[in-house]
Structure formats: structure tokens, C-alpha cells
Design a protein around this ligand. Structure first.
Ligand code: HEM
Length: 440
């Protein structure tokens, strides 16, 4: 496997991980004394102790456990999210943070993200304009998933929305659709493999044929990635501005030059007021939209996307809160409960973006992207995409609940905290934005 594939897969794998289903965060808001759990192979701690694991013990807990099924799909655990702490991880991490996801790179990706947001807004506008009364009932889950997938694929491989036709079923590029197909194939397989991971006897005899199915799916995924990389390699030979390169092109250039050794929404009129009705919101507007950022932070506080982070593992014995934690202990961080700890957050169940205004939440433990060495390197890209998507939807449309009913915020089952009921809302183009929307 070429090193470039490994680095690209590090990013793609993480995206796939968001969609895997399995565990469920603890839902209760009250803390129980769980420190005794430290004696076993799993560690569950209250917030004060969790901080300790990512500060003085950060290096000790920087390893990842090796689940057999994940090893099969992550090139024997050599991708960035899955590999053990050490020189290989440091290498991949440096490429990811310096070359692929730095603030400068993410700024250069903004036109690609804005282009995908624009396509999504155009489709939403057409749906609303064609509906009786000028307001349509839209299923936001699929649209938001498609726009984030398209934006990610566009930054990885310069793919483009395939169709802007009003009657087409989707705006996503063929590559994004193929990637989604691969994900849809992986999810039930990895789901089923969680039992397989725990019981070696099932693995030895490949009961249920899990290994065979995973290996076949991995083969199809790799063929798809190879095609993406080959296409980028061909277009790279034609030159092009460095700043506009996709992530794959950046990696291929590094490889060539040998330079890098690659071994619940709320409506808020402030967006419209700040940007005005003559153009769509752009990435440069985001720093001025403080309240929009507060909405994103408050949403990630109440509903962290990865509520138990990716499991960590300790490489040496250490003492946390006076308890001995042996080497090889798996650390699952209950971010969901940390973000709702009443000792840190006033009225934690209330959705109150204002709590973040003027640095009001500084010093509190907020970690939707993790903390310490293994913190998410895609945070800047994720926040920019979230800001652009949410800000543009607020700028262009008036939103309402369906039939005036309360939005059902019940949580479904999954390691990525899905909604139990997909979000639907009534969407009406804003009068002031009609001129811009009609020209999209
Ligand atoms: C809202 C969007 C996102 C959220 C909430 C999120 C959250 C997280 C979390 C919680 C972790 C685990 C941290 C830990 O283990 O302590 C993580 C790791 C990671 N994320 Fe993200 N992430 C997001 C988007 C992205 C994007 C867009 C990319 C890249 C394009 C990305 C790349 C990664 C990688 C490579 C890792 C593994 C880092 C390592 O193990 O060293 N993430 N992310």
C-alpha cells in the first residue's frame, strides 16, 4: 500500500467512523462514582479526572486499542485515527496538520465548500418555490449529509456536484455517491463485527463469514480510492496552482518531491443583517458572525458528534485521581456527560448559545473534537463547513417546525449520536434574498 493511500485513508476512515453504529453514551446527567472501574481494563471517570488524562497523562493515553475488525479495514491499524502512538503516528499527524488541514489550506478549500453549499441552497430554493404557498417541507438530514459529504469529497479529490438539474434526485458527485455506497456497505459489517471482535472463537472459524465480507468490501473501497488517486495523478501532471490543490494532489506532490516523508437549529437574523441580501454568505464573513459560532458551540456541547471520542489506550501504569491505572487500559471519555455536568454548566439541558458570548464559557471542559495529542486535526475544516452551511441556510430561508409541533430531539442509537427522528422543517425563501436565490 502506497503511503499516500494510508494518509488519505486516515481522513476518509474517520469520516466513515462517524456513521458506524454501535454503542450509546450514558444519558443520565448525574455522576456516579465510577472511579472503581479503573481497576479493570476499561476506565470511566468524572470530568475532573478526564481532564487529567489529557494533560499530565496525555502521552500515556495517546495509544489506540486494536480491534480486529478495524485492523482489517484500516490497513492493519496504520491509518491516523487507528494507529498506535509513536513515530508513524507523528509522521501522519504532521502531514495532516501541516500539509492537509492547516488554517491556510482550509482557507483555500473555502471556494469548494461554498460551491457545494450554493448547489444545496439552489435545490432547496427550487423545492420551496415550486411548493404550494411558497413553503416546502424538507428533510434536512439527507441534505445536510449530502452537502458535507460533497464538500469533503471536493476537498479530498476535486470532485464536483454532478447535477444541478431541478428534477435530479441528488446533487452529489458520482464519486461522493460511490463513497456513500462503500460506507453503506461497511456499516452493517462493522456493526456485526463488534461481537466478532470480542469472541476470538468467532474469528478463528470466521463464523458468519464476517472476515470474508469485510475483505471483499475493503477490496472494492480500495479500487475506488485507487481510481481517485490515479485521476488526481493525471491532472497533477498538467500543473495547477498549489493553493487550489486537493488533499490527494498535495500528498502526491509531497511523495514526488520527497519533501514530506509520508511513511436543533435556531433562526437568527444576525446573519442576514451582517452580510446583507445582495450575496451569499462567504467564508470571510464567518469571523464577524459571533452569534453563529455560539450556536455551533452550543450545539456541539449538547450533542457532541462523537460522544465517547475514539477509544484511547494507556501504554504505561499511571495514577489518576489516586487510583492505579494499569498499562493497556482502554479509556472511553464520556463527553456527552462532561458537557452536561451541572457543576460546570448552568442549566445544562437548556439550549443557550449566549453562554459562549464574550468568552463566557472559557475554562470549562468543552471537547467535541477531543483534547490533547489525539485531538481532531479536522476541527478548522469542520467548523468552517458547519458555519457556512448553517449560516447560508439561515441567511436564505425562513424556517419553521412542521405544523407548529415541537422538534423531537430524542436521540437514536449509535456512536455518532444520531437523531431518533430525522429532522424535517418547513422552509420558505426569504423575500429579501429572492434576487440572489433566483440567480443561483
Ligand atoms: C463536526 C465534525 C467533526 C467532529 C465533531 C470531529 C471529532 C473528532 C473526535 C472526537 C476525534 C477523536 C479525538 C480523540 O480520540 O481524543 C477525532 C479524531 C480525528 N478527526 Fe475529527 N471530527 C470532525 C471532523 C473531521 C474532519 C472534517 C476531518 C478531516 C478531514 C477529521 C479528521 C480526524 C482525524 C484524522 C482524527 C484522528 C486523529 C488522531 O488519532 O491523531 N475530523 N475527530
Amino acid at each position: 500500500m502506497e503511503p499516500a493511500y494510508v494518509a488519505i485513508l486516515s481522513i476518509i476512515f474517520l469520516f466513515s467512523l462517524y456513521r458506524l453504529r454501535g454503542g450509546r453514551p450514558r444519558q443520565q446527567d448525574q455522576w456516579q462514582d465510577q472511579e472503581q472501574a479503573a481497576a479493570g481494563s476499561h476506565l470511566a471517570l468524572p470530568p475532573s479526572r478526564s481532564r487529567e488524562c489529557f494533560t499530565e497523562h496525555d502521552v500515556t493515553f495517546a495509544n489506540r486499542p486494536r480491534f480486529p475488525s478495524l485492523l482489517l479495514i484500516s490497513y492493519d491499524g496504520t491509518t491516523l485515527p487507528t494507529c498506535g502512538y509513536g513515530p508513524h503516528w507523528r509522521n501522519l499527524r504532521r502531514v495532516a496538520t501541516v500539509q492537509l488541514l492547516s488554517a491556510h489550506r482550509v482557507r483555500c478549500m473555502s471556494p469548494v465548500i461554498s460551491g457545494e453549499v450554493r448547489t444545496m441552497v439552489r435545490r432547496t430554493y427550487r423545492t420551496a418555490a415550486a411548493a404550494p404557498g411558497g413553503a416546502a417541507r424538507v428533510e434536512l438530514k439527507r441534505r445536510l449529509f449530502e452537502v458535507s459529504l460533497s464538500a469533503l469529497m471536493g476537498t479530498i479529490a476535486r470532485t464536483k456536484a454532478s447535477s444541478a438539474e431541478a428534477d435530479a434526485d441528488t446533487d452529489t458527485s458520482p464519486e461522493a455517491q460511490e463513497f456513500k455506497k462503500a460506507l453503506d456497505e461497511f456499516i452493517p459489517l462493522v456493526d456485526a463485527a463488534s461481537v466478532w471482535d470480542l469472541l476470538p472463537v468467532l474469528r478463528w472459524f470466521d463464523v458468519f463469514g464476517a472476515r470474508k465480507k469485510i475483505v471483499a468490501a475493503v477490496g472494492r473501497r480500495d479500487a475506488f480510492l485507487r481510481r481517485l488517486i490515479d485521476a488526481e495523478r493525471r491532472s497533477l501532471d498538467g500543473g495547477g496552482e498549489n493553493d487550489k490543490k486537493s488533499m490527494i494532489s498535495v500528498l502526491l506532490s509531497l511523495q514526488k518531491s520527497g519533501a514530506g516523508c509520508v511513511h436543533g437549529y435556531r433562526n437568527h437574523g444576525s446573519v442576514l443583517c451582517s452580510v446583507g441580501p445582495s450575496r451569499l454568505l462567504g467564508a470571510d464573513d464567518l469571523p464577524r458572525l459571533g452569534y453563529l459560532q455560539c450556536i455551533v458551540s452550543e450545539t456541539l456541547r449538547q450533542y457532541p458528534v462523537v460522544p465517547t471520542l475514539i477509544p484511547h489506550e494507556s501504554t504505561a501504569d499511571c495514577a489518576v485521581g489516586g487510583h492505579l491505572v494499569p498499562a493497556g487500559t482502554m479509556l472511553l471519555v464520556n463527553v456527552y456527560a462532561i458537557h452536561r455536568d451541572p457543576a460546570a454548566w448552568a442549566d445544562p439541558a437548556a439550549f443557550r448559545p449566549e453562554r459562549f458570548e464574550g468568552g463566557g464559557a472559557e475554562g470549562r471542559l468543552l471537547m467535541p473534537f477531543g483534547m490533547g495529542r489525539r485531538k481532531c486535526p479536522g476541527e478548522t475544516l469542520a467548523l468552517r463547513t458547519l458555519g457556512l452551511v448553517l449560516g447560508t441556510l439561515i441567511q436564505c430561508f425562513d424556517w419553521d417546525t412542521v405544523g407548529g409541533a415541537e422538534v423531537d430531539m430524542a436521540e437514536g442509537v449509535g456512536i455518532t449520536l444520531p437523531r431518533a427522528v430525522p429532522l424535517e422543517a418547513m422552509c420558505r425563501p426569504r423575500q429579501a434574498m429572492l434576487d440572489v436565490l433566483q440567480k443561483l
